[in-house]
Design a protein around this ligand. Sequence first.
Ligand code: NAG
Length: 134
Amino acid sequence: MFALANLIARLTVGASFIVALAAASSSNNPFNVTPFTVNLSAGIPRLKAIVQNTRLPAKALYPVGSDKGIELDVLRQLQTEWVTTFDWETQQSELNQLSHFTAVIEGQSVHFVHEKSAEPDAIPLILLHGWPGN
Ligand SMILES: *[C@@H]1O[C@H](CO)[C@@H](O)[C@H](O)[C@H]1NC(C)=O
């Protein structure tokens, strides 16, 4: 029940947000809606070094199948993949195929993606996640 109420509250907030942005586009852009490009490239070498230099425990704290976080073997595989084969630039390039924007709402910069459907009768869909700042 909480999840449904939470979802409805978020959709309501999201719908208000979109209406506000629509109104903003017909005035002088009071929300400072600005095109945005994902670009974390400068921080990737440091992040990679942190992941590479992170020492994982020799033995898992919880048994395999526990609901207490990620399994140690999976974490080891991810660590190796992130350091050796993961290509951030490709991921970033794919993300940037979408139309990203930022808007300033009550002093907070809000990042969003706005993609229009090719279907003329498409039902608008708003996908939101988490709380602001995560
Ligand atoms: C990201 O920023 C770097 C400079 O830090 C620049 O060289 C690169 O072209 C930028 N990439 C994109 C996708 O904007």
